[in-house]
Ligand binder design. Structure first.
Ligand SMILES: Cc1cc2nc3c(=O)[nH]c(=O)nc-3n(C[C@H](O)[C@H](O)[C@H](O)COP(=O)(O)OP(=O)(O)OC[C@H]3O[C@@H](n4cnc5c(N)ncnc54)[C@H](O)[C@@H]3O)c2cc1C
Ligand SMILES: NC(=O)c1ccc[n+]([C@@H]2O[C@H](COP(=O)([O-])OP(=O)(O)OC[C@H]3O[C@@H](n4cnc5c(N)ncnc54)[C@H](O)[C@@H]3O)[C@@H](O)[C@H]2O)c1
Length: 467
């Protein structure tokens, strides 16, 4: 088939964070944006935003179920799954469609190619990068890789006989499964276990390792695993070795301990792999690291001149706020030029993250073990939510705030919070780390509203012991 040929100044692969690059500073450049899936990328369509909308519905259901603890007589009579799905995607799908329509119809300098694209070396005549889709060839002077990542499927599940879901499609199930089995013990597993469990599914987690959220501080991982085992069926140190489907549609999982497990829906949440391996990057001299990520310098420059990269395809962090930060850096550097001597740099010093499960979890900086391994003389305080006024109001018995600080400098080196609104409560620590404030300065250099939830953080900071 013959391909149409286009010449552009800038090509952007991926419409997630990459879509935010062209602003008025780029109006005089011709730009191609390639998107093979739904416009707007992972966070908007199948990631952060819809999951958190489901999590909110789960929180509401959870609150009703727990109402009796506060003397409120309420019963959760059930949930209307299609209405929940409808609320979420009724909000999101038009945003995605609007973003696409804006780029396609209202940006005269931009052409959107709605298909898979790969490199095919450089064009001999012009020296431009050659990007090919099924029916087009685009020759670009400069390229941004913003191609994201995709779910990893363990081979025994991929080759098994049973259907399975990933985070890409599980939120559009036609009905709430009576039983759901989730493989994995990380972010996505913890968040969907909460969603499906709180909305009424019987949840089983099949976890390869000895605990959930193992990359978190040991105290978070241990306490969260204990709580999870009380409400979900958690199978630790277990792997799925085979899958099959019974005549009535039940999915049967073979486990490595020789037992079987029957379920109505199977969700795979075993990590995400950068999409660089699907771009034929070798043809332009770009190589991937041992995790499959595109390598780059702190300015977002790959080994190939004028090919930049950002977000999940190359970042050590698969988080939207990091992808957005890297997008802003690459965007600024595109304006400055490849060889500019004042290029902006990625700031990966204090990357926070949150797991929107139940209870919520937020973390920033080093775990206690990482701080000790780094040779820091640490001082640690664990403050229970239940010891501060707002915790009493909530009858909280499981939340805590752990601060790890440097006993010599007084600086905070990490914070790990599990409890209501943890992603909000942690923000002053992110600020303190970023601006180099000591634990004492943060605790006593400002007011803390009484009796607000952040008092748990204030008390944790005040509880740190220094010589
Ligand atoms: C279920 C889930 C929940 C999440 N929740 C959170 C959260 O709460 N907070 C948070 O910070 N992060 C969260 N994340 C992570 C976050 O979504 C990602 O880090 C972020 O979206 C990455 O942005 P990106 O621009 O790098 O990639 P993406 O948004 O994935 O964009 C890449 C785009 O490139 C397209 N593409 C790839 N290859 C090609 C090709 N060859 N040709 C054409 N198009 C191509 C893809 O279709 C995709 O649309 C979540 C992720 C998932 C899966
Ligand atoms: N709230 C958030 O910010 C948020 C939410 C969801 C996803 N994310 C991002 O997306 C990424 C991917 O999420 P995820 O939960 O898939 O990954 P993850 O890295 O958080 O967890 C993967 C889990 O799968 C297990 N695992 C890996 N290979 C396995 C195998 N072959 N068999 C069985 N278990 C296996 C791991 O031990 C781990 O428990 C996260 O790392 C995070 O960066 C962020």
């Amino acid at each position: 088939m013959s391909r149409t040929t286009h010449q552009v100044d800038l090509a952007i692969i991926g419409s997630g964070s990459g879509n935010s690059i062209p602003d008025e500073r780029f109006d005089d450049r011709s730009i191609a944006i390639f998107e093979e899936s739904t416009y707007g990328g992972t966070c908007l369509n199948v990631g952060c935003i819809p999951t958190k909308m489901f999590v909110y519905a789960a929180e509401v259901a959870e609150k009703v179920s727990e109402a009796g603890r506060y003397g409120v007589d309420a019963t959760l009579n059930g949930v209307d799954w299609p209405a929940i799905v409808g609320r979420v995607f009724g909000r999101i799908d038009p945003i995605s469609a609007g973003g696409r329509e804006y780029r396609v119809d209202r940006c005269p300098n931009i052409t959107v190619f709605e298909s898979h694209v790969e490199f095919d070396g450089r064009d001999a005549a012009t020296g431009r990068y050659r990007l090919v889709t099924a029916d087009a060839e685009v020759l670009a002077i400069e390229v941004v890789l913003a191609a994201g990542s995709r779910s990893i499927i363990p081979p025994d599940i991929a080759s098994g006989a049973a259907p399975f879901h990933t985070s890409d499609d599980v939120m559009r199930l036609p009905e709430l499964p009576a039983r759901i089995t989730i493989v994995g013990g990380g972010y996505i597993a913890a968040e969907f276990a909460h969603v499906f469990g709180s909305l009424g599914s019987e949840v089983t987690l099949v976890v390869r390792g000895p605990a959930l959220l193992r990359h978190h501080d040991e105290e978070v991982s241990r306490r969260f695993t204990e709580l999870a085992r009380k409400k979900w069926n958690v199978r630790l140190d277990t792997e799925v070795t085979a899958t099959s489907t019974l005549a009535d549609g039940t999915v049967r999982l073979g486990l490595d301990d020789g037992t079987t497990l029957d379920t109505d829906a199977l969700l795979v949440a075993t990590g995400r792999k950068p999409n660089g391996d699907r771009l034929n990057l070798g043809s332009v001299g770009i190589h991937l690291d041992e995790h499959g990520a595109v390598t780059c310098d702190v300015h977002g420059r790959t080994q190939a001149e004028r090919i930049w990269t950002l977000g999940d395809v190359s970042s050590p962090y698969q988080l939207k706020h990091v992808a957005n930060h890297e997008q802003r850096v690459v965007q600024a550097n595109l304006v400055k030029g490849w060889d500019a001597d004042d290029l902006e740099s990625f700031d990966h010093r204090y990357v926070p993250s949150a797991v929107f499960t139940h209870p919520q979890i937020a973390t920033v900086g080093l775990t206690e073990a990482q701080a000790r391994d780094a040779g820091t003389r640490v001082t640690v305080k664990v403050q229970e939510y239940g010891d501060v006024a707002y915790g009493w109001a909530m009858e909280d018995t499981t939340g805590f705030c752990k601060i790890v600080a440097d006993a010599d400098t007084g600086l905070i080196v990490g914070a790990h919070i599990m409890g209501p609104q943890a992603p909000t409560v942690i923000q002053p620590v992110i600020q303190a780390l970023s601006f180099g404030q000591t634990a004492r300065e943060v605790a006593r250099g400002q007011y803390w509203i009484h009796p607000g939830m952040p008092e748990v953080l204030e008390n944790a900071l005040l509880g740190l012991e220094f010589d």
